[in-house]
Ligand binder design. Structure first.
Ligand code: SF4
Ligand code: SF4
Ligand code: SF4
Length: 317
């Protein structure tokens, strides 16, 4: 039986809690979506891989270009990084000639922060440098509060937060849903420029309804896909693909404000298979119990001091 790293960490944490306090690990109640939460629907079947969303993201967020090789002349990141907050990746199989097919096919997938409903990064951050907005649900980052411990990187089930290792005063970098544009009545730059409506912005409730509606459409029939914003009124008229019967992000990992549809299985597209319970609802209880009254750290420190004392005595002998 294969044990995944995250499951191992959960198991180890639960055992440590039991050993340190004698209490079994209990989950706290999972957090729910704010009613006015905003997010994005990414439909892989509508994505043409033009990558217009990548430079738009860089421009809107003052991010530098990135070269995958020293002689590269383009901004051509190969994955998310401290310089790249949004990336379009491609899955291929066999000859890679049939769009949205698992036989000799290919399919695009857009990766960035999922703006989780109950974010593990927020829960893990010891100084609240990562926060979830109570109205919009956007998970944002405060560089002035961050102490660079990188717990958020370890906690995130999607491997999203990146650290600026090459900077003297490094920050964590991740998509913040272009929250800084909201005050000017603008929304996510990647959705604004997407020509096909593969990425659309809106209220999560509207995006969920739109995603579920698409799952009822007949493959091959034409559908008016909203472009840029779920309520924009602009549409792109295109044939419907054969969808996987799942809205990724609706429940995965406790749910997220980024929702996804695809014709190729999400696992093949590199999306993690997560429980419906959020990691944060489990781990936060452990942190709070272990740190309650500093009993756990006290036990650990006493153990370390005892081990050091024994080792010093042995040397003296
Ligand atoms: S701009 Fe839209 S269609 Fe082009 S790569 Fe990005 S998500 Fe896909
Ligand atoms: S995807 Fe990762 S970084 Fe983004 S909100 Fe969820 S836990 Fe935090
Ligand atoms: S919402 Fe903004 S920061 Fe996030 S991926 Fe899109 S353009 Fe980049």
């Amino acid at each position: 039986m294969e044990i995944k790293r995250r499951d191992f960490l959960k198991m180890a944490a639960g055992t440590s809690l039991f050993l340190a306090t004698g209490a079994p690990a209990m989950a706290r109640e999972q957090k729910s979506l704010p009613p006015e939460a905003v997010g994005m629907l990414y439909d892989s079947t509508v994505c043409i891989g033009c990558r217009a969303c990548q430079p738009a993201c860089k421009q809107a967020n003052d991010m530098p270009v990135e070269h995958s090789t020293p002689d590269s002349v383009w901004d051509d990141p190969i994955d998310l990084s401290a310089k790249t907050l949004n990336i379009i990746k491609v899955y291929t199989t066999g000859r890679g000639i049939n769009k949205d097919s698992e036989t000799d096919g290919y399919s695009f997938i857009k990766r960035h922060c999922m703006h989780c409903v109950d974010p593990a990064c927020v829960s893990a951050c010891p100084v609240s440098a990562l926060k979830k907005n109570q109205q919009t649900g956007v998970v944002s980052y405060n560089k002035d509060a961050c102490i660079g411990c990188r717990y958020c990187q370890l906690a995130c089930p999607y491997n999203i937060p990146k650290f600026e290792f090459d900077k003297t005063f490094p920050q964590i970098r991740k998509c913040q849903l272009c929250e800084h544009r909201f005050k000017d009545n603008k929304f996510s730059a990647c959705c604004e420029v997407c020509p096909t409506g593969a990425s659309i912005f809106g209220k999560v409730a509207d995006l969920q309804a739109e995603a579920k509606k698409r799952l009822t459409l007949k493959p091959g029939e034409y559908y008016k896909y909203p472009v840029a914003h779920v309520k924009s009124g602009q549409v792109s008229y295109r044939p419907v693909a054969k969808y996987q019967p799942k809205v990724y992000g609706e429940k995965d990992g406790g749910g997220s404000q980024i929702l996804m549809l695809a014709a190729v299985s999400f696992e093949k597209l590199g999306m993690p298979a997560l429980d419906e319970a959020s990691d944060a609802s489990f781990s936060e209880n452990i942190q709070h119990t272990v740190y309650k009254g500093m009993i756990g750290p006290g036990v650990l420190l006493a153990g370390l001091l005892f081990a050091a004392y024994k080792s010093t005595n042995k040397k003296d002998e």
